[in-house]
Design a protein around this ligand. Structure first.
Ligand code: NAD
Length: 248
């Protein structure tokens, strides 16, 4: 079940956190991994080593997903080097929180540009490849904040809601080509991103989770593996919450 041997996955933002857990999970199931990061060389080198130790082909690339030309050139390079790409996971994301009253325009633009436009850039870069091969899996990491909104995250919520709209649009465009596009909406997951939150905000967030604890990166990786697998071939345009009940 959930076998990925012989498949290649591109995973953005996989030097650490959720992206790394997805990369490790896919590699354990036999997939080759090309992953991207920005400014995180030390973690990326460690991740590449840990992936390669699993006996698959793995390579990390420093590339800004918000730069269309760079993303496209890298995807072409990966296709040339790995032969074929079967799975794209758009996971790279950032936060620049603040109430709308004090949110700088540059913080809005930056979050949209990495989280939402980055997802567009990467998806567009594999689109034709998937279409021609008549198969492919696109898995976009959204957030429950994209479903429910969140005070202090107008930029991030807009990007994550936009990702859901993009996922469903691409799912409709590519369904007849046997390409699926789905989104995962994580709740509160223990990573560097959430560790950077003020202690009080972290405690307040956890208090709203019916299961009363943060999720682990593996919870998201398990869902991504399912969506990437042959077993999920008839699921497209779906948004799966993985949040301990936080947004129900
Ligand atoms: P993280 O900060 O630990 O890791 C982010 C990764 O993205 C890193 O590898 C970083 O190098 C990469 N990255 C950032 N900007 C990039 C860019 N411009 N180009 C290429 N790579 C870039 O984050 P995380 O907590 O693991 O989150 C991963 C994803 O999950 C994000 O999209 C985030 O919004 C989403 N998410 C996280 C949570 C949570 O609770 N941690 C909840 C909901 C959604």
């Amino acid at each position: 079940m959930f076998e990925l041997t012989g498949k290649t996955a591109i995973i953005t933002g996989a030097s650490r956190g959720i992206g790394k857990a997805i990369a490790m999970k896919f590699a354990q199931q036999g997939a080759n991994i090309a992953f991207m990061h920005i400014g995180d060389g030390e973690n990326a080198a460690r991740t590449e080593k840990e992936l390669t130790a699993l006996g698959i082909k793995a390579k990390g690339y420093e590339c800004d997903v918000s730069d269309f030309d760079a993303a496209k050139a890298l995807v072409d390079e990966i296709i040339a080097e790995f032969g074929e790409v079967h799975i794209l996971v758009n996971n790279a994301g950032i936060i620049r929180d603040g109430l709308m009253l004090s949110m700088k325009e540059s913080d809005f633009d930056k979050v949209i540009s990495v989280n939402l436009k980055g997802t567009f850039n990467m998806t567009k870069s594999v689109y034709q490849h998937f279409m021609k091969k008549r198969r492919g899996r696109i898995i976009n990491i959204s957030s429950i904040v994209g479903l429910n909104g969140n005070a202090g995250q107008a930029n991030y919520a807009s990007a994550k809601a936009g990702i859901i709209g993009m996922t469903k649009s691409v799912a409709k465009e590519l369904a007849s080509r046997n390409v699926t596009a789905n989104a995962i909406a994580p709740g509160f997951i223990a990573t560097d991103m959430t560790a950077s939150m003020p202690e009080k905000a972290r405690e307040a967030a956890i208090a709203t989770i019916p299961m009363k604890h943060a999720g682990q990166v593996e919870d998201i990786a398990n869902t991504a593996l399912f969506l990437a697998s042959d077993e999920a071939g008839y699921i497209t345009g779906e948004v799966i919450r993985v949040d301990g009940g936080m947004a129900m």
